[in-house]
Design a protein around this ligand. Sequence first.
Ligand code: 5GP
Ligand code: ZN
Length: 116
Amino acid sequence: MDNCIFCRIVRGEIPSKKVYEDELVFAFHDIQPQRPTHILVIPKRHIASLAQVTPEDEPVLGRMLSVAQQLARDNGSADGFRAIINTGRVGGQEVAHLHMHIVGGPDPVGPMLKKI
Ligand code: 5GP
Ligand code: ZN
């Protein structure tokens, strides 16, 4: 996806504050953090949203979840965190490349449905 902003971040064409990378996923600080900890975890391969995933994507989806605890701990949210995947128009997704927000910090993040 030539013009996808998150594909461009993965390729290094747009700078980001990277916190983690492996063969399947890439993680970086959100440019407008909503909490002291606000990391985005994305598949390296372009997937538009959670509404487009197939069983073939299960390895990368599993990896996104399994790295979350370490990323939260290493980035200021040792006592829990919230993982959020906004999906499509109803879900308030603004960037059309699947991404999981990891939000947290020293204090509780607040009401479940507050917009992140
Ligand atoms: P969404 O609303 O799609 O779930 O969240 C998109 C997120 O991507 C927002 O929190 C926004 O701040 C973040 N974002 C958008 N563009 C960039 C960018 O160029 N760099 C980084 N690091 N984050 C971005
Ligand atoms: Zn993309």
